[in-house]
Design a protein around this ligand. Sequence first.
Ligand code: NAP
Ligand code: ZN
Length: 350
Amino acid sequence: MKTIGYAAHSSDAHLVPYHFERRDLRDNDVAIEILYSGICHSDLHTVNGDWGPQPYPLVPGHEIVGRVISVGPEVKNYTVGQHVAVGCMVDSCQECDQCHNHEEQYCRNGMTPTYGAPDRINGEITQGGYSKHIVVREEFVLSVPESLDIGRVAPILCAGITTYSPLKTWGVKEGSRVGVIGLGGLGHMAVKLAVAMGAEVTVLSRSDAKLEEAKGIGANGILVSTDKDAMKKAASSFDLIIDTVPVKHDINIYTPLLDIDGSLVIVGQIGPLDEPMTAPLVMGRRRVAGSLIGGIKETQEVLDFCAQHNILPECKMIRAEQVNEAFEHLSKGDVAHRFVIDMSSLSVDA
Ligand code: NAP
Ligand code: ZN
């Protein structure tokens, strides 16, 4: 199938229109016309080469929402016309303990990311959601609850699941004291989801510039991480802190904010950190942990949770040709929402 997307051709992170083909349908494949695609900071890291050399040309995008246009003969759960979604993975071995445990993101044999990795069967490099169409095996397709506004669903597929999974894993409930570092795409979903679970949520931000946005989505307020006095006063006041900062940073200013047995869960920057100071960990049985997206079953769960609690990401809709501008904003960190590409702005005949 001929399609068009926006691709990076080198690590200068400048995306341009790119014509390419999607594979012929396998028996268990679903072909999707993409309607909306969210822009994640991971897309920027990847095309920039922050996580190593990439197989350019590369079409990023792993927050995908669309409409089924055809299905392979063995597809059981999807029919033409249905609204569906695809997140950060498109395949895994389906045989190891992690896959059996619905944690395909930790597949022992390596899951296949939605873009930039070889397909398990033919070795072709996967291409992501900044495009008009995608073909994905049924097991990695999600269904979109009808009650959700289809134009605002896409960020749930990465920002939503990546923050929902640690909130669930660390048992957030009514009255839990949750801190969220960085009010961007992931951070704003962490706030909305934790508030819906009954938590008292505080945003830890570099300034109070995003105070209105933080309060508007249910946070109690902002703790300014550069304000040493305020940080000192907040010692031992959180059960869980989710860290979404996308660059190398010092986690030692945050660990003393945890109460005894509290955890700081890193979902942001992947790579070297300054060394954690052991005293706050030892003196209060505090933990520093990490978390990668979430499994397919849990991704369906967060979509259903959002439908049940009327949670929708704050989306700024853009046209495909504005993607480079959106990347500039992400690198500055000046947004408290998600950019979402309206794919009707891109035509295969362009
Ligand atoms: P984003 O929208 O750009 O938000 C990141 C936020 O971090 C910014 O809005 C900013 O918030 C804060 N920030 C930015 N630069 C900073 C700096 N130099 N120092 C301190 N804080 C800074 O990014 P995102 O899409 O939410 O992604 C965040 C990170 O999560 C990225 O590294 C991404 O790759 C990663 N990620 C991980 C997973 C996973 O599975 N673990 C999944 C998706 C994304 P304030 O202005 O409030 O400080
Ligand atoms: Zn992402």
